[in-house]
Design a binder for this molecule. Sequence first.
Ligand code: SF4
Ligand SMILES: [Zn+2]
Length: 425
Amino acid sequence: MKTDKFLHYTKSLCPQCFEEVIAIVAQKDNEIVMKKTCPMHGDFETVIWQEGAEGYLRWLDYGGIDAEGLAKTEEELEKKQPDNAIFRQQAMQQPAAAALMTTDRCNMDCPICFTRNKNEAPYYPTLSELKEMMLFYKNHAGAGAPLEFCGGEPTLRDDLPQLAQMAREMGFDYIQLNTNGIRLSEDVGYCKELQQSGITTVYLGFDGVDEAPYLYKYGRKMLAQKKKAIENCAEASLAVVLVPCIIPHVNDGQIGGIVQLAKQYMPTVKGVYFQPVSYFGIYESDEKKHITIPHLLNEIERQTEGEVKREDFFPANYEHPLCSFNGFFLQGKDGRLHAITKAKKRAYAADGYKNIRSSTKKTWRASNQKSLTIAGMAFQDASNIDSSRIARCSIQIIGKDKQMIPLCNKYLTNDAEEKMYGGIN
Ligand code: SF4
Ligand SMILES: [Zn+2]
């Protein structure tokens, strides 16, 4: 395999048959690519970082991964990553937060859905089954761990308030609802009921500030509903985090607009959590192009006209630095966002989940403070999955078999739309 400038080895999977393969990470032109070859299915190449080696290695270094420590030979790779971490369903470290899958039912039909798969049996566990899973999670991670209700669309469960109450009685004091917001937009009384039952935070799918991304993704307008959901959450004292899935040429021009809209809804909106698209499920595209972290950070700076700067963001030092970025801002009297954080080098922290949990619980909770987290996670798919990232995964699924599963493992889908692991949890 010829490459422009070899950087290091890692382990990945064939995007067709999920066979484990050795991958080369190299600079090609001014980007970093992952190249891999499956004996059965041939060569694959994907861009993992849209800038040159200097920026890539600096980001890794800031996240506690020294360039000298990267595997430069296949022998070194075997020594550094002896386990087939990718193939483990079990996460290798404590979760910063974990998702309880409440149902696969949904009132939308998004082609890029992480979790649902129409070929699988419907999933609608009983309250006592969910209680069992929450108990397992509590014993594994401690009741202080953030709990997320996911789906499908959790609000399609009429017993969601009872579920939240049950979780609160078990000691969970940060309960996040991951939702498309439709039901919340229709009924402020329902929002209040959720808040009184123990839900603290609404993690709201929010793809843009005009209708184009909603029409593209769902074939319908949704912006008014999304805004109404935020207003209802404000009335119900629920904190909101906006979650845009950024797709090239669809809404990558709306990044700055989303940050500005978040500001308008402060202090209800506590964060914008960008998720560059990853190709799970049944997403059909000839060109499965990724938006990588440096491009997203540059666009945040450019589209906010420098109000938010790339240097305000730092990589994770608990999950792998290629997984996420974080910045924290306060709104000044001038109405502008002022960064509290800045890019800096930190060593890997084996107990870093404790800090992530406590800052999530402190900052993503209803309050009068006009603060905004701007952060994001670049989930992996079969084209770019990397064993070193899976080994440091912090966002996990509470599995039905009493396992904590790295999210990127759980929903991995190959080019034929088959999942590596069946089922929603
Ligand atoms: S869910 Fe995926 S992107 Fe997020 S920390 Fe885990 S491995 Fe990284
Ligand atoms: Zn293959």
